[in-house]
Design a binder for this molecule. Structure first.
Ligand code: CP
Ligand code: NVA
Length: 315
């Protein structure tokens, strides 16, 4: 099912970014997650005694809890290390940490600052490495978001998703790559300033393997026209706190609020990976309103993490 990657003379399956999955592999994961969600008891012992290592350099509520719930419900266990409770706090490298942890575990989910560190971890590890968020990608987030979109819309192909705000961040990059692979047309509404634009390298690579269209516009007013899905994320990603005031100032026009909803399709849904900062990237009325599916998104993280762990860790 998954493509095998050759890492240091051994066969290895990793999900380091959205580029590691084909459109078909994403569809397969969606099918599996749907099956697991509908009949969790049938998968109760499918990863019995398997151990998931977790290495988190940054805070997390949803991703940490959903991976832990997922592995426990499949019959396995989790070992969680963060930057304060492990030797990472004293300078032991992430690659060394992965090498050691891979001797005790069957897979490692990692949330780290830099994508390059995740790639080093994959080189050092004997077990699959899973991206649980880096500066560049939030791959598992978008996999579970696709499950929510499929449940709400009954399909993926030919939908129009419009992402508003900071398009240089991990969530925007993963949306661009994974949504377009399964045929969703993606419009990105963000300022022309390079730091809010998707990375050029990622865009070029994403455009090589797409079914859906990818468009970038600074026209926040027109972008939402006929949208099926409106998506936004914080303007101040973890690690960017020093830029908070500047970012709020630059991105205020790109807020999703009731005026944005008026331009989208009447049955559009509103998505946010959470945590949300209401009054900035999204208004409270819209976040808490009838079109918002943010709590379904949060729950679906667990169902999709189960599918990912099953695929990578099952014998
Ligand atoms: N959406 C998401 O990844 O949330 P956490 O940072 O709480 O894991
Ligand atoms: N872009 C956000 C996502 C948080 C889940 C961040 O990196 O902080």
């Amino acid at each position: 099912m998954f493509k095998y990657k050759v890492t240091r003379n051994k066969l290895m399956k990793n999900i380091l970014s959205d580029f590691d999955l084909s459109g078909q592999e994403i569809e397969d994961l969606l099918g599996l997650a749907t099956k697991i969600k509908a009949a969790p008891a049938s998968f109760k012992d499918s990863l019995k005694n398997k151990i998931l290592g977790m290495v988190f350099q940054k805070p997390s509520t949803r991703t940490k809890a959903s991976f832990e719930a997922a592995i426990y419900q499949l019959g396995g266990h989790a070992i969680f290390l963060d930057s304060t409770n492990s030797q990472i706090s004293r300078g032991e490298s992430l690659a060394e940490t992965a090498k050691i942890l891979s001797g005790y575990t069957n897979g490692i989910a990692a949330r780290v600052y830099y994508q390059a560190d995740l790639e080093d971890m994959a080189m050092a590890s004997k077990v699959p490495i899973i991206n649980a968020l880096t500066d560049k990608y939030h791959t598992c987030q978008i996999l579970s978001d696709l499950l929510t979109i499929k449940e709400k819309k009954g399909k993926l192909a030919e939908l129009k998703l419009v992402y508003f705000g900071d398009a240089g961040n991990n969530v925007a990059h993963s949306l661009i790559i994974s949504c377009s692979k399964v045929g969703i047309d993606v419009t990105i509404a963000c300022p022309q300033n390079e730091k809010y634009q998707p990375s050029k390298d990622i865009l070029v690579k994403a455009k090589r393997d797409v079914l859906g269209k990818i468009e970038i516009t600074e026209n926040w007013n027109a972008a939402a026209k006929d949208a099926d899905i409106l998506y936004t994320d914080t303007w101040v990603s973890m690690g960017m706190e020093k830029e908070k005031n500047e970012r709020i100032n630059d991105l205020m026009d790109y807020q999703i609020n009731s005026k944005t909803l008026e331009k989208a399709k009447a049955d559009c849904i509103v998505m946010h990976c959470l945590p949300a900062y209401t009054g900035y990237e999204i208004s409270e009325t819209v976040l808490k309103g009838p079109k918002s599916v943010v709590y379904e998104q949060a729950e679906n993280k667990m169902h999709m993490q189960k599918a990912v762990l099953y695929q990578l860790m099952k014998d």
